[in-house]
Design a protein around this ligand. Structure first.
Ligand code: NAD
Length: 500
């Protein structure tokens, strides 16, 4: 049985009550994780604070060298990281490898930190006076991350934060904490000084300790909307800079002129990949009349051929859900949807999983791909984030009606339009109130050099993750106006400085 600890000041540290870790594919306990307290949070912040002055003054060249070495090490340990993720999260191996690859892209972006931190310089803003802007690190910054991407989401944050000269305390999800420790040991091997990257395992007590800690300058959070709102409100009340990314309900609008095979492939891939436990999963298909029946037939025939099974079986395309409670909650939306007037066209409770046992009876936290058609607009199945393999199809009569359904929603994380009409696509990108938009692309996750984030209840704060917005979040601007004395020095002047 494994025992997952904290990582403070460059070494593994125990502390706090142990909680069970599970293999979601079998439902069996696979180990324990130490649930930290304020004591571990304090220790990690102290370690990070102690080394901050030295790390912020480490040259850009040396910081970049550490990042390049870290990049090589993560690359060399892709399989090991993916295996840890599959064992605790349940996602299939190819999906786990995919999240490592996307996280690695942020490390690669952060390797360019010498270029990213270049400031501006204006000569002669006044006679023989120059002005220049610089960006400086904040100090100790914290990251609090969800279960669904235990490697990638932390890697949206810490490569950029550390490259900018900050020191970092990560509070990973307590459901799949092992990847964070492997990443910590790889940082050490890469030559990152002890204390620059720390991990505190646990839940709310650790989060609260970080949010109230006077030495934590900024907090990055990714998780559900209620906790994102709480983290944003609590962190900002304590004077911290906070970016808090929340939940989602992503709609895919399919116009009648779309390639329906592409749309069906995309709906199934984006609806059921990672068992729907992605913040960019498509959870609602808006089918514009008259293509609804044909599109649903195409989706159903594809769903019928999906293989659901343990993530470490190469034949599996979809694994289990994260916990029994979450599986039960997701499954409860099936009966709810029917009660709300939807038509159940594929029932994932009966999907055979490994060994042919129906999902609802199999040991482990299983639910197969489920499709509800004719889901009423505004029903709970339509509105609420289910975060599982339940795809809702909503029928709409026009582009305008579909757009209104999306824009009336609480969330604004991702969306996609499927069409062959460039004018409609352009109109959609202009009119839709969502942060990340796909055109014939169902999961439009921005590349590392752009920034990731939604609108409305999908993001509290104003800075998205990684890309130049990430650099901005983890640094403060400073503008210097400088004059080196010369014979034209003109004596006292109480007027407001103007250029001359
Ligand atoms: P969660 O909100 O339950 O947990 C996220 C983090 O907050 C974890 O580290 C957890 O330990 C901590 N936490 C939980 N309850 C807390 C509390 N009461 N007080 C303080 N901290 C608390 O989210 P989850 O179930 O781990 O992840 C799934 C959610 O994350 C979904 O809603 C999904 O949409 C969202 N998500 C969003 C994005 C995005 O980019 N917007 C990306 C990935 C996941």
């Amino acid at each position: 049985m494994k025992h997952v600890t904290h990582w403070i000041g460059g070494s593994a540290v125990t502390g706090g009550e142990p909680a069970h870790l599970y293999n979601p594919a079998t439902g069996e306990v696979s180990g324990t994780v130490d649930m930290g307290t304020a004591a571990q949070a304090d220790a990690a912040v102290a370690a990070a604070r102690e080394v901050f002055p030295a790390w912020r003054d480490t040259s850009l060249a040396k910081r970049a060298q550490v990042l390049f070495r870290f990049r090589e090490l993560v690359d060399a340990h892709r399989d090991e990281l993916a295996a840890l993720i599959t064992a605790e999260h349940g996602k299939v191996r190819s999906d786990a490898l995919g999240e490592v690859a996307r996280g690695l892209e942020v490390v690669e972006f952060a390797c360019g930190i010498p270029h990213l931190l270049k400031g501006g310089f204006s000569e002669n803003v006044s006679t023989r006076v120059d002005s220049y802007s610089i960006r400086q690190p904040l100090g100790v910054v914290a990251g609090i991350t969800p279960f669904n991407f235990p490697a990638m989401v932390p890697m949206w944050m810490f490569p950029v934060a550390i490259a900018c000269g900050n020191t970092f305390v990560l509070k990973p999800s307590e459901k799949d904490p092992s990847a964070s420790l492997l990443l910590a040991s790889l940082w050490r091997e890469a030559g990152l000084p002890d204390g620059v990257f720390n991990v505190v395992q646990g839940g709310k007590p650790v989060v609260d300790a970080l949010l109230g800690h006077p030495s934590v300058a900024a907090v990055s959070f990714v998780g559900s909307t209620p906790i994102a709102r709480y983290v944003y409100e609590t962190g900002t009340r304590h004077g911290k800079r906070v970016q808090a990314l929340g939940g989602a309900k992503n709609h895919m609008l399919v116009l009648p002129d779309a390639d329906l095979d592409l749309a069906a492939d995309s709906a199934v891939s984006a609806g059921f990949g990672s068992a729907g436990e992605r913040c960019m999963a498509i959870s609602v298909v808006l089918a514009v009349d008259p293509i609804g029946d044909e599109l649903v037939d195409k989706i159903v025939s594809r769903v019928a051929s999906l293989t659901v099974g343990p993530g470490d079986d190469p034949a599996s395309q979809m694994g289990p859900l994260i916990t029994r409670e979450h599986r039960d909650k997701v499954a409860s939306y099936i009966d709810l949807g029917v009660a709300e007037g939807a038509k159940l066209v594929v029932d994932g409770r009966t999907t055979p999983v490994a060994g042919g046992v129906p999902a609802a009876q199999a040991p482990g936290f299983w639910l197969g791909p489920t499709v509800l058609d004719h889901v009423p607009v505004g029903s709970r199945v339509h509105r609420e984030e289910i975060f599982g393999p339940v795809l809702a199809v909503v029928r709409v009569s026009s582009y305008e009606e579909g757009l209104k359904v999306i824009n009336d929603g609480e969330y604004g994380n991702g969306t996609a339009i499927f069409t062959n009409d460039g004018g409609a696509a352009r109109r959609f990108q202009n009119e839709v109130e969502v942060g990340m938009v796909g055109v014939n692309v169902p999961i439009p996750v921005p590349m590392a050099y752009y920034s990731f984030g939604g609108w409305k209840a999908s993001l509290f704060g104003d800075t998205h993750m990684h890309g130049t917005e990430g650099v901005h979040f983890y640094t403060r601007g400073k503008v210097v106006t400088s004059r080196w004395l010369d014979p034209s020095h003109g004596g006292v002047n109480l007027g407001f400085p103007t250029n001359g």
